[in-house]
Design a binder for this molecule. Structure first.
Ligand code: NOJ
Length: 535
C-alpha cells in the first residue's frame, strides 16, 4: 500500500549523480546513466528519488555551489536529459525530488560576477552580504566557515562577503526582494518541468542575525555544528541555539510563501523536505507546520551509537515531536555528508538498524549504496576532492568516503560504474558487494532491502504508530533488546552479541541476520539481528 499523500510514508532514494552510473566513460556519473538504471531503483521498491544537484557548477562543493540553478552542468548532460529522466521515472511510478540550494550561489553565478564589478553600495552587491572591513582591516565579524577558516573573503576594493561554506559559495541576502523573486522563478522552473518536490539545502540558514557582531565563541559554534568533531554534549547543546546564522525565525516566512507556491500546482501533491540541523530538537517541528514544508530531515540516526537506550530515546522523541504538529518523522542512516552507516556501526548492525527503521511510521531516506551495505571508500589523500579537506589543511578528511561510485558488476574495480577512470577510486575489496553479485544472493543486503520494502508496503504503511513491547522503559528482557508492535507486525531488534529468547507466536516475515529458532511459542533472535513477526 502507498501512503496518502504519497510522501507521508514514502521511501526516498537519494542519488548522488556523480557517483551513480557513468554512461559516457568520462569517469563521472551522469543523467543518462541514472535514467538507464531507474528500473533497478524501481525494483528496489522505493517510492521516489531525490537527485543531489546536477546544475551548472564549477563543482567546488560537489555541485552545491550552483552557478545556474536553472540549467544542467555539461558533466551531467543537458536539459533534455533531465526531461527524459523525469519522464522515465514517472513512467516507472517513481516520484522525483530535486535539490535546491537557496542559501548560496557559486561565485561563478552571473549575479556574483556582476556584484564584483558593480562595487560597494550597488544593487548588485545587495543580493549578497557585502560589508566594509573593520577599521583595522579585519572582516566584519569573527564567524568561522562550516568548512573551516573565516566565513568572510575580501574582494579587490576591500569589502568582504559572507560565505558560511566555501569562499566560492557566497551567501545570498534573503532580505532582498530580488533574491526572493528569483528563487520563485527557479522553483517554478523545475515544477513546470514536472518535479514532485524539493530537498531544500541548508533550509535553516537563509536568514542571518547580528551580521556585524562578533560571537563570543566562534570556534565553539563551528565545532558544535560538526558531527565529526567530538564535544561534550552539554557544551554542544548550550552552544547550538546561539548560532546567529541558523534557525532564525525569519526562515519560516520564506517557507510560508513557498508553500503557497507549491499548493498552486493543483495537478500534483508537491512536497518539500528541509535540511535543517536545529537545536533543541523541538525547533524542527516549526518547519513542518501545516502552512510550511512537508518534511524535515531527522539527523539523529546519522551519528547515533548502536545502543538500545539511545535508539529508544531517538525513536520515541522523533515520533512524539512530529506528532505534536500532526506530522510524521523521517529516518536517515546515511547521506552524502556523513560516514556510511556500515562503516560507522558495522555491517551486521547496519542491516539490523535498517530493518528496524523501515518498520517505523514516517518516511525513510536511503542513500544510494546503502542498500548494498557499502562501507566508506578508501581514498588516498591525493584523490580527495572535498573542500573541507582543503580548507582545514587536511585536519579533517571530509566527506569523499561516502561519495565513492557504486559497484554494479564484474570482478574488479571500477565494477561497471564507468569504462573510464572513476572520479574517486573504488576498491577491489568490493567484489562481493556489486549489484550483480548481490542480486544473485538471497541473503545479500540488497535482497534484504528489496524484501523489507515490499513487506513494509504490504503490512506496515498506513498502520499508524507503534506500541513499545520491549525497551529500557518497558521491562525489556535484555538491555540490548528493542521491540515494537505496529499493526499486525511485531518488530524485534536484538542489539547484543548473544541470542535472546522471547515469547512470541506468529509467522516470521523477515530477519536481518542469522537463523531464528522457534518452538513452544518462543523464538530465539540471533545476535545483532532484527526480525519482523506477523500475527
Ligand atoms: C548541505 C549539503 O548536503 C552539503 O553537501 C553541502 O556541502 C552544504 N549543504 C553546503 O551547500
Amino acid at each position: 500500500m502507498k501512503s496518502s499523500p504519497w510522501w507521508k510514508e514514502a521511501t526516498i532514494y537519494q542519488i548522488y549523480p556523480r557517483s551513480f552510473f557513468d554512461s559516457n566513460g568520462d569517469g563521472e556519473g551522469d543523467l543518462q546513466g541514472i535514467t538507464s538504471k531507474l528500473h533497478y531503483v524501481q525494483e528496489l521498491g522505493v517510492d521516489a528519488i531525490w537527485l543531489s544537484p546536477f546544475y551548472t557548477s564549477p563543482n567546488k562543493d560537489g555541485g552545491y555551489d550552483v552557478a545556474d540553478p536553472r540549467d544542467v552542468d555539461p558533466r551531467f548532460g543537458n536539459l533534455d536529459d533531465v526531461k527524459k529522466l523525469f519522464e522515465v521515472a514517472h513512467s516507472l511510478g517513481l516520484k522525483v525530488l530535486v535539490d535546491v540550494v537557496p542559501n548560496h550561489f557559486s561565485d561563478q553565478h552571473v549575479w556574483f560576477q556582476q556584484a564584483l564589478k558593480a562595487g560597494r553600495g550597488s544593487a548588485e552587491r545587495a543580493r549578497f552580504h557585502f560589508y566594509d572591513a573593520n577599521d583595522d582591516g579585519t572582516p566584519p565579524n569573527n564567524w568561522i566557515s562550516l568548512f573551516g577558516g573565516p566565513s568572510w573573503t575580501q574582494v579587490e576594493d576591500g569589502q568582504y562577503y559572507l560565505h558560511l561554506f566555501d569562499s566560492s559559495q557566497p551567501d545570498l541576502n534573503w532580505e532582498n526582494p530580488e533574491v526572493i523573486s528569483d528563487y520563485e522563478v527557479t522553483l517554478r522552473f523545475w515544477l513546470d518541468l514536472g518535479v514532485d518536490g524539493f530537498r531544500i539545502d541548508v533550509a535553516h540558514g537563509l536568514v542571518k542575525e547580528n551580521l556585524l557582531t562578533n560571537h563570543p565563541n566562534p570556534q565553539g559554534i563551528s565545532d558544535a555544528l560538526r558531527l565529526d568533531v567530538s564535544m561534550d554534549p552539554e557544551i554542544r547543546y548550550a552552544l547550538l541555539p546561539t548560532v546567529p546564522y541558523f534557525d532564525r525565525q525569519g526562515v519560516h516566512e520564506i517557507y510560508r510563501k513557498w508553500r503557497k507556491l507549491f499548493d498552486s500546482y493543483k495537478d500534483r501533491e508537491i512536497m518539500a523536505v528541509a535540511e535543517a540541523w536545529v537545536h533543541p530538537p523541538v525547533n524542527a517541528t516549526r518547519y513542518v507546520r501545516s502552512d510550511e514544508l512537508h518534511q524535515v530531515f531527522n539527523f539523529d540516526l546519522l551519528d547515533a551509537p548502536f545502543k538500545a537506550d539511545f535508539l529508544y530515546s531517538v525513536v520515541t522523541r522523533s515520533i512524539e515531536l512530529m506528532d505534536s504538529v500532526g506530522a510524521l518523522p523521517t529516518w536517515a542512516l546515511s547521506n552524502h555528508d556523513s560516514p556510511r552507516v556500515a562503516s560507522r556501526i558495522g555491517e551486521v548492525q547496519a542491516r539490523a538498524l535498517a530493518l528496524f527503521v523501515m518498520a517505523l511510521p514516517g518516511s525513510c531516506y536511503v542513500f544510494a549504496g546503502q542498500e548494498l551495505g557499502l562501507p566508506d571508500g578508501e581514498i588516498p589523500d591525493s584523490s580527495r576532492q572535498d573542500p573541507i579537506y582543503f580548507r582545514t589543511k587536511g585536519a579533517q578528511k571530509g566527506r569523499d568516503g561516502a561519495r565513492v561510485p557504486l559497484p554494479w558488476s564484474g570482478e574488479s574495480a571500477p565494477f561497471g560504474f564507468t569504462t573510464g577512470k572513476p572520479w574517486l577510486p573504488l576498491t577491489d575489496k568490493w567484489r562481493d558487494l556489486t549489484v550483480e553479485k548481490q542480486s544473485a544472493d538471497p541473503k545479500s543486503t540488497l535482497n534484504l532491502y528489496r524484501s523489507a520494502l515490499k513487506l513494509r508496503a504490504d503490512h506496515l504503511i498506513t498502520q499508524g504508530s507503534i506500541t513499545w513491547l520491549e525497551s529500557p522503559e518497558h521491562g525489556a528482557k535484555s538491555s540490548s533488546l528493542l521491540a515494537v508492535r505496529r499493526g499486525n507486525v511485531s518488530i524485534y531488534m536484538n542489539l547484543s552479541d548473544s541470542p535472546v529468547e522471547v515469547e512470541i507466536t506468529g509467522k516470521l516475515l523477515i530477519m536481518s541476520a542469522g537463523t531464528v529458532d522457534g518452538r513452544d511459542g518462543k523464538l530465539t533472535i540471533p545476535a545483532v539481528s532484527t526480525i519482523w513477526v506477523h500475527h
